[in-house]
Ligand binder design. Structure first.
Ligand code: PBG
Length: 329
């Protein structure tokens, strides 16, 4: 039935009417807030390319976590900046590693019980060369070794879970890491710890600001031999399928805004909980436009998150988590 019987504007007339027919909703519980934890005490160092995002010592991170819990945010995603880096990424899997120590502090604090503590599992913040795996160099040539990296990643996952991580989230993109992690967790009696796999992770320029925040820029080369080519949707579906077959409980896709088609396609194909990561560069470019007065901050922020949710993400990892939770009340 066409115009004039059908008038689409009837249901847009008032906010009450619009609210009644709204298809997609955001809730604070579906937002995950990333934290970058560094050594020291009383440290709260702002990332120059990410206004409002900080390197936090554990005492400061506890305060940030308390504020997040009070806002009803669903959980935290933890990254660590170790005091020292080496070729074997010792800081990633050490019992007294920075994130392990933070997790123990968080788990003692009952006001944080409403937060799901997710630990990112990767080596790049802990290796002296900044790659996500073990590197073998031969003159100018270098290779990121898959299988030896997977062993360290599995060790890292069980160490983080033992320290109190509710979920471990591998972001390295090595082959076979999910199966190895599942096995290591089960062997350590941590069979109830879920694996959230960054199954679909593209080699992206939008990770630029994160590498300042996590001090994890590769010292040579790039990540294109392990992260996916941005042109490949079918390959992303294969990555997800393989990680689920290896035992991943949930999957994460990133970046979000330039890859909404990936989220949408995955939503249609797979009946598992899935998240999307609105990464550092997505945050930074919006903040830059806000600072210039070129975009209305609150509306643009909420619209960017709504788009990711509408594409099919159940939850969103975002540096806007606190700001958005405040808007959602
Ligand atoms: C670690 C990791 C990265 C991000 C999450 N985990 C950086 C990278 O792969 O270089 C990026 C997150 C962001 O940009 O906000 N491998």
């Amino acid at each position: 039935m066409n115009f004039p019987v059908t008038r689409m504007r009837r249901l847009r007339r008032t906010e009450a009417m619009r609210s009644l027919v709204r298809e997609t909703h955001l809730t604070p519980g579906a937002l995950i807030y990333p934290l970058f934890i560094c050594p020291g005490e009383g440290v709260r160092k702002e990332i120059s390319s990410m206004p409002g995002v900080f390197n936090l010592s554990i005492d400061e991170a506890v305060k940030e976590a308390e504020a997040s819990a009070a806002l009803g945010i669903g959980g935290l995603l933890l990254f660590g900046l170790p005091a020292e880096k080496d070729e074997q990424a010792t800081g990633a899997w050490a019992d007294d590693g920075i994130v392990q120590t933070a997790l123990r502090a968080f788990k003692k604090n009952r006001t944080l019980d409403s937060l799901v503590m997710m630990a990112d599992v990767c080596l790049c913040e802990y290796t002296s060369h900044g790659h996500c795996g073990v590197v073998v160099r031969d003159g100018d040539h270098y290779d990121i070794q898959n299988d030896s990296s997977v062993k360290l990643l599995a060790k890292t996952a069980s160490s983080l879970a033992k320290a109190g991580a509710d979920i471990v989230a591998p972001s390295d993109m090595m082959d076979g890491r999910v199966a190895a992690m599942r096995e290591a967790l089960d062997a350590a009696g941590l069979e109830m710890t879920p694996v959230l796999s960054y199954a679909s992770k593209f080699a992206s320029a939008f990770y630029g600001p994160f590498r300042e925040a996590a001090d994890s820029a590769p010292q040579f080369g790039d990540r294109r031999s392990y992260q996916m080519d941005g042109a490949n949707l079918r390959e992303a579906m294969r990555e997800i399928e393989l990680d689920l077959a290896e035992g991943a409980d949930m999957v994460l896709m990133k970046p979000a805004m330039p890859y909404l088609d990936v989220i949408s396609e995955a939503r249609q194909r797979f009946d598992v909980p899935m998240g999307a990561y609105q990464v550092s560069g997505e945050y930074s470019m919006l903040c830059a436009a806000f600072a210039k007065g070129w975009l209305e901050p609150q509306r643009a922020m909420m619209e960017s998150l709504l788009g990711i949710r509408r594409a099919g993400a159940d939850f969103i990892v975002t540096y806007f988590a606190k700001d958005a939770a405040k808007v959602l009340g």
